[in-house]
Ligand binder design. Structure first.
Ligand SMILES: Nc1ncnc2c1ncn2[C@@H]1O[C@H](COP(=O)(O)OP(=O)(O)OP(=O)(O)O)[C@@H](O)[C@H]1O
Ligand SMILES: [Mg+2]
Length: 283
């Protein structure tokens, strides 16, 4: 089983290598990279390309590792026992109140699955440690029903992180790691081609120029990334903005139209406006 890329997703050779290395090693693939560089989409595309079902687990600050395994719904059980009308046998059998989590569902699936643990760095620092054994051995124990749940087919695991928190060493040791480098111009051009196949080359060229110049402005709090470029292009197309409008006549920098798609806070907009103003005055 190998991942060779997909028509919807531009995977660089080093990214494909990393995916295939993780598959061969049977270890989770830990993906980092700037927001909007295709980390989440990678898991979706690998699943689609390999024809495997994708089980997604989106992590929040309140997510606990246990929720990925199962939860015991004591509240429902209490309610059923008090309400009456519910079959007493049902209330007595605790397994009726065990709610399966994403990992359990993946473990019991007949075919091999792909598990996406998205944005693992959102959870508290115990979260990755609490999953070490489950991801290593692909099994866990359900104390309430005294069952051992073991994966029928070892799932492929994708884990994404935006680096908001460090991950523990013991966890890192078990993963294969890949950092999605920010796409160079050529790769970005291919990504845009995937999303806007018929885009006018003149507009694409100007837009990419403006975009990469903007990313180069020193001191930006939030550099625009792939998804912002795609949003911006969509707007440019919708508003029918010609390539010439992306630059002033003297081909010096100007504040690009619809820059709200690219710059996401007022400090960055001010910084950029100041820079444009200085560039103009230096002529
Ligand atoms: N290599 C790529 N090929 C095609 N489209 C891409 C690629 N990289 C990014 N995109 C586009 O950018 C969008 C954002 O990608 P995605 O949501 O996977 O980013 P992310 O890295 O998970 O971001 P975040 O860290 O904010 O969750 C995608 O919906 C897709 O349209
Ligand atoms: Mg994501």
């Amino acid at each position: 089983m190998r991942f060779e890329g997909s028509t919807n997703y531009v995977a660089t050779p080093d990214l494909k290598l990393a995916v295939n290395a993780a598959i061969a090693l049977e270890r989770p693939l830990l993906i980092k990279g700037e927001p909007g560089t295709g980390k989440t989409m990678l898991a979706e595309e690998v699943a689609a390309a390999l024809g495997l079902p994708l089980m997604q687990w989106h992590i929040k600050s309140t997510t606990k590792a246990q929720q990925g395994l199962y939860e015991y719904d004591a509240v429902s059980r209490l309610r059923d026992s008090q309400l009456g009308g519910v079959d007493g046998g049902r209330v007595h059998d605790i397994s009726n109140y065990i709610v399966k989590g994403v990992l359990w569902q993946a473990f019991e699936a007949d075919e091999q699955t792909i598990i996406l643990i998205d944005e693992i760095d959102k959870a508290d620092i115990e979260f990755p440690n609490d999953l070490l054994r489950e991801l290593d051995r692909m099994e866990f124990y359900v104390y309430e029903t005294r069952q051992l749940i073991k994966a029928r087919r070892r799932p492929l695991v994708f884990i994404t992180s935006n680096n908001e928190k460090e991950l523990p060493d013991a966890f890192l040791r078990r993963c294969f790691f890949h950092y999605i480098k920010f796409p160079d111009k050529e790769t970005m051009q291919s990504i845009v081609d995937v999303h806007f196949p018929g885009l006018k080359q003149s507009l694409l060229k100007e837009a990419l120029q403006v975009f990469f110049e903007l990313r180069d402005v020193p001191g930006l709090k939030k550099k625009p990334s792939t998804s912002e470029l795609l949003d911006w292009l969509k707007l440019l197309l919708a508003e029918d903005i010609p390539p010439e409008a992306l630059r002033s006549q003297d081909r010096k920098v100007s504040v690009p139209p619809l820059h709200g798609a690219l710059l996401k806070n007022e400090q960055d907009v001010h910084l950029f406006e100041r820079l444009v103003f200085m560039a103009r005055n230096n002529r």
